[in-house]
Write a protein that binds this ligand. Structure first.
Ligand code: FAD
Ligand code: FES
Length: 363
């Protein structure tokens, strides 16, 4: 009992001291005006020190990916800090490999601007913009997945590549937060951004998006993401999705058929039950128009006795293994939960696809 009280007292004292340090840093310490140099003089800025690097960049309309809203729990906000960032913090190390630490990679949400700071940011991130849009339509796809179409107002057009995503700003009691959502509409429709959203019970971003009504304003930044569809029409495209990982697949498939109607493409999509199936009829119609497009959905749970299903059964990597021949030049895009990505990657590598030709988004 005495031991428990000592531990509790020590923990409370430590927390109180940490809180005091944060408050006194905010109130008492002024870092003055600091220089923020981006890409060796390409974009020099001057700003009041004391904020995180992520917030300082955001205030200057440089939108670094930040799926957790700057809490240090997504690892998306990596940038190179060549000088002035201080030592790497314990909150950063779970998200940085040794190689990344050696090359001065940091989490922008954990680094405070306390002195002149020099950073390197990939050029494409400097082109990321903020968009104001309004909800054009919403559609229930399953019991927990909704399609939301946003019409862009300012700017009125977005240039994006298949596989890229946006970060939607959602209100929360602690202020606005950003969540990443893949663009499901093809790039040839630049005035709209369509999203496919799974409702996470209690989730800030997904609940906000599921409750949106037609006409409401939605703010997002983008586009983000590094997937580049091969321009070589002889490279077969393999899309494998599961759960709510459909959005980038839809974008890739429609973009592909618009540019190369004859190009070979497979869509494998894993669902648990028949209640989780969506877009299947739409893709079956597309399959009729494009003979080199193949659609296979697989159900992982057992069917009810009265249910009919003539598609695949079992986990989706089994369908990939069953249907793909080895030795064909391919590029693959995977999107879904981590165990699915792992199993499918193994199946694709066994078919001879190199790991550098396999791209994925885990969520
Ligand atoms: C690049 C990228 C693209 C993405 N694209 C899409 C997309 O197209 N469609 C889509 O629906 N989502 C997508 N996501 C996931 C999305 O960004 C959010 O993580 C998701 O919507 C949950 O956010 P939230 O604010 O609703 O929940 P939070 O408020 O962040 O979380 C609430 C609680 O739910 C838990 N939680 C969070 N995610 C899950 C989950 N998947 N399953 C179970 N529990 C969870 C959290 O740990 C927390 O306890 C994408 C993520 C990334 C990184
Ligand atoms: S914003 Fe999520 S870790 Fe930095």
């Amino acid at each position: 009992m005495v031991y428990l009280w000592s531990v509790l007292s020590f923990a409370s004292l430590s927390m109180a001291l940490a809180g005091l340090l944060i408050v006194s840093e905010r109130l008492l310490i002024s870092y003055g005006i600091c220089k923020l140099d981006i890409n060796a003089g390409k974009k020099p800025l001057e700003l009041e020190g004391g904020q995180t690097l992520l917030a300082s960049l955001y205030a200057n309309e440089i939108f670094i990916p930040s799926a957790c809203g700057g809490k240090g729990s997504c690892g998306h906000c990596k940038i190179t800090v060549t000088s002035g960032g201080g030592p790497v913090l314990p909150t950063e190390t779970p998200y940085l490999s040794r190689k990344e630490i050696r090359s001065n990679m940091r989490l922008a949400c954990q680094v405070k601007v306390r002195e002149d700071i020099y950073v390197r940011i990939p050029e494409e991130l400097l082109d990321v913009r903020m968009f104001v849009s309004s909800v054009e339509s919403t559609r229930e796809l399953t019991h927990d997945i909704k399609e939301i179409m946003l019409r862009l107002n300012d700017p009125a057009e977005i240039e994006h590549l298949p596989g890229q995503y946006v970060q939607v700003q959602a209100p929360s009691p602690d202020g606005p937060v950003f969540r990443a959502y893949s663009i499901s509409s093809p790039a040839y429709e630049p005035n709209i951004v369509e999203l496919v959203i799974k409702l996470i019970p209690g989730g800030i971003g997904s609940t906000y998006l599921h409750n949106l009504k037609v006409g409401e304003e939605v703010v997002f930044t983008g586009p983000y993401g590094e997937f580049h569809l091969s321009e070589d029409p002889n490279i077969e495209i393999i899309c494998v999705g599961g759960g709510c990982g459909m959005a980038p697949m839809k974008n890739i498939i429609y973009t592909l058929h618009d540019r190369w109607p004859e190009r070979s493409c497979w869509l494998f999509f894993g669902c648990r039950t028949t209640e989780d199936i969506f877009y299947l009829e739409q893709f079956k119609e597309l399959e009729k128009k494009h003979p080199n497009f193949h659609v296979l959905y697989a159900l992982s749970d057992a069917l009810d006795p009265d249910e009919k299903w003539d598609g695949e059964t079992g986990f989706i990597h089994l369908a990939v293994d069953k249907h793909l021949e080895a030795g064909v030049p391919r590029q693959a895009f995977l999107c879904g939960p981590p165990p699915m990505i792992e199993a499918v990657t193994r199946a694709l590598e066994e078919k001879g696809i190199k790991s550098e030709d396999i791209f994925y988004d885990e969520f």
